[in-house]
Design a protein around this ligand. Sequence first.
Ligand code: MG
Length: 209
Amino acid sequence: MGCSSEGFAAALRAAAEVVAEHRTELIELDRAIGDGDHGENLSRGFTAIVSALETEVPATPGAVAKLAATTLISKVGGAAGPLYGTAFLRASAKLGDAAEIDVPLLLEALRAALEGVQARGKAVGGDATMVDALIPAVSAAEGAAAADASVAEVLAAAADAADRGAESTVDLVPRKGRASYLGERAVGHLDPGARSTALLLRAFAEAAR
Ligand SMILES: [Mg+2]
């Protein structure tokens, strides 16, 4: 069974709750190697998405993704707003006007999100960014889809891989964003963007169950 626009809206509300729950954790992760704004920014952005959805849930999942994108781009400062905004915008373009997100469409959307983040942020795997959560997430999603998984199972596989990918940033020397100014001194710290990516995918996976 696919995911409707209502289903996607519910997943974004769940994501907003998870971001709010982890706001302090994300602030502390970003304070250790960045400017400490990630938890606050992301929380503000997802709160704004929930508000926008209260006014009206757009008719298609693609339109819901576009609403999330424009909200994040306009409400979230720092690097996170444009990066997550681009991810949702690219996903939205792939979703088009389909009534439901099925597994093939989900894969296209996830791949497009990753490509968008990489195009925008110029990060590759191993730079200690959200890309280190997204690359394994997309691979795991592809693997699960090849094994006939459902939308919820594909998202669960993506979330598991994103968790491991985010954890891998602890041992990496950051090469993008403010954390890169610290160089070797940032080793031992979890990247806040990779962590939030893993949290968002987990929220989507739980909502899809
Ligand atoms: Mg920051």
